[in-house]
Design a protein around this ligand. Structure first.
Ligand SMILES: Cc1cc2nc3c(=O)[nH]c(=O)nc-3n(C[C@H](O)[C@H](O)[C@H](O)COP(=O)(O)O)c2cc1C
Length: 384
């Protein structure tokens, strides 16, 4: 039998040891209490992931500002009232030996849709999905948001999170600054790559000042928009290089978002996969970025389902970790299943049925539920 020796070997991100190379990619589970407070259901979801053998769990989108939330059931940490619940969640994960947890800090930016808050963005570029044109942020407001990201990170640290991931992908606020399609600014936050990365660098520097240089900071990074006037991989690589040089401890390359889903008709970052050749769909991005990165760890995300393939990628040092979202919604126990010798691919069929449950929540695997119902029907009919 093929060994999964590398997949189940430890590796560090910054100074934090991860027990294996399996990361749960950030996944919004639409499962908090109203308005963003940790629920017992959310704690149970994370406990199940931790029990299932994942080495590093990245939390779902956690809002740094009330105006940057996408749903009343999305976690927030923009003030101290969220701390007790978040602390309980982290403690529940840490009960499982060696499992680490990162908090993903985010703001909806141009893709915001909120009854009370109009969306904001670096530039007023209309967003077709909501039909709204965001309000352009002033540079004072940008500085204010930078501070909110830093304050949210400090609260995450106080709650016991092992690291922080900035969500700079999928058309949300931080990626709006990266993309030349959504950032038309002429001040210090727009124009060349260094300026479009300034918000990320300022948050990074502020967090390091606040939390010390040893607390790991990682980033989910937009590396391609997949739309005609959007960010191209050549520039995405330059962002990754710059952010690695300033000291991000790990980079999880991603891409797409609301515009890609409309304009390219492809559901990036969560592609519908019909056959195995379509799996691992950010591999070419990671290969390209790898050439320019030597300090930051690389996390390969997107359509990872086959452990034999994951092992090869890790063994060949193309990536340092693999991350999964949808496969772990179907099978939170997937890492243990692989570790115990069942090396068949994830049962997730990448249909995006789970994505359709996001609006009303809680998120669940539609395919798994259908299969369970079918099995129940069959067993009932046998009893008759
Ligand atoms: C239900 C659902 C919720 C998601 N929520 C987030 C999120 O909060 N933050 C994020 O960065 N990505 C989010 N994603 C994207 C995933 O992290 C991942 O990048 C994408 O699904 C591709 O990985 P996969 O093929 O392993 O599912 C979400 C995806 C799904 C299906």
């Amino acid at each position: 039998m093929t060994s999964l020796e590398t997949l189940f070997s430890p590796e560090k991100i910054g100074n934090i040891q991860i027990k294996n190379r399996i990361v749960r990619s950030a996944t919004f589970m639409a499962s908090t209490e109203k308005y963003g407070y940790v629920s017992q259901n959310l704690i149970d979801i994370y406990s199940e992931l931790a029990r299932g053998g994942t080495g590093l769990i990245i939390s779902g989108f956690t809002a740094a500002d009330p105006g940057g939330t996408a749903s009343p059931f999305q976690a927030g940490l923009y003030d101290d009232s969220f701390i007790p619940g978040q602390k309980k969640l982290v403690e529940a994960v840490h009960e499982y030996s060696g499992v680490k947890i990162a908090i993903q800090i985010a703001h909806t930016g141009r893709q915001g849709y909120h009854p009370k808050y109009h969306p904001v963005a670096p530039s007023p570029i209309p967003f077709k999905t909501t039909g709204l044109t965001p309000r352009e942020l002033s540079s004072e407001e940008i500085k204010d948001l930078i501070q909110k990201f830093i304050d949210t990170g400090r609260r995450g640290y106080e709650c016991g999170y092992d690291m922080i991931q900035l969500h700079a992908a999928h058309g949300y606020l931080l990626s709006n600054f990266i993309s030349p399609f959504t950032n038309k600014r002429t001040d210090e936050y727009g124009g060349n790559i260094e300026n479009r990365a300034k918000i990320l660098i300022d948050i990074f520097t502020g967090l390091k000042d606040e939390l010390g240089k040893n607390f790991p900071l990682i980033i989910k990074l937009q590396t391609e928009d997949f739309i005609p006037e959007g960010l191209k991989l050549e520039e995405g690589v330059q962002f990754a290089k710059l952010l690695s040089e300033i000291g991000f401890d790990a980079i999880e390359p991603s891409g797409g978002g609301g515009d890609a889903q409309i304009l390219s008709k492809k559901a990036y970052p969560s592609l519908v996969i019909k056959n195995p050749e379509e799996e691992n769909y950010f591999l070419s991005h990671v290969r390209e970025i790898k050439q320019y990165i030597n300090r930051s760890k690389l996390i390969l995300m997107g359509g990872i389902k086959n452990p034999i393939f994951a092992e090869k990628i890790l063994k060949d040092k193309i990536a340092d970790f693999i991350s999964m979202s949808r496969p772990l919604i179907f099978e939170p126990n997937l890492p243990n299943r692989w570790k115990e010798g069942d090396h068949s691919p994830a049962k997730c069929i990448s249909c995006n049925g789970c994505y359709m449950t996001v609006r009303d929540g809680p998120v669940y695997c539609v395919t798994k539920k259908r299969l369970e119902k079918k099995a129940k029907r069959l067993s009932n009919s046998k009893k008759i």
